[in-house]
Design a protein around this ligand. Sequence first.
Ligand code: ZN
Length: 179
Amino acid sequence: MRKFLLILIIPVIASCSTLKSTSAVEVSEVLTADLARADGSWAGVATISQRSDGVFMSLSAEAPAAGTFGMHLHAVGKCQGPEFTSAGPHWNPDMKQHGRDNPMGAHGGDLPNVDAAGDRKITLEYQLPNMKLSGPAGLLDADGGALIIHEKADDYKTDPSGNSGKRIICGVFKSGNKS
Ligand code: ZN
């Protein structure tokens, strides 16, 4: 499944980058994560890529219901259900507090809320500001990182997790996931 999706996703990323910029954008690293619900069932896929113009995330998942959902990159690449506490806190290489609206924020792993309509589909295309995947402060350290989707919207300010509630969907990013 992962290899099949990667074949589909890489050309999309490559074609987007050529549209956005006249100069060549190099893609040095692409990782995909299968996303799982608390019961272990498949909920979608996320891709993270290191490009010469930044770190980009794209995501396609199925929410449990229509609504708004917080999501974050977490510090540990381990998705042990049903609570997913194994994924640790938000990825925080700069030792900040949570949330873009927090004067002491934000975490490197703080992502925007996503909306699901009646079809329950969640999608996101997002550039993480000033972040790197590799190196000492990168997401892909020895234990990797995880993408978590929460049951509620993130208020963008309450430390440490924006009152976004339970962790309902989880996916692992590790260098070993490279296909
Ligand atoms: Zn955070």
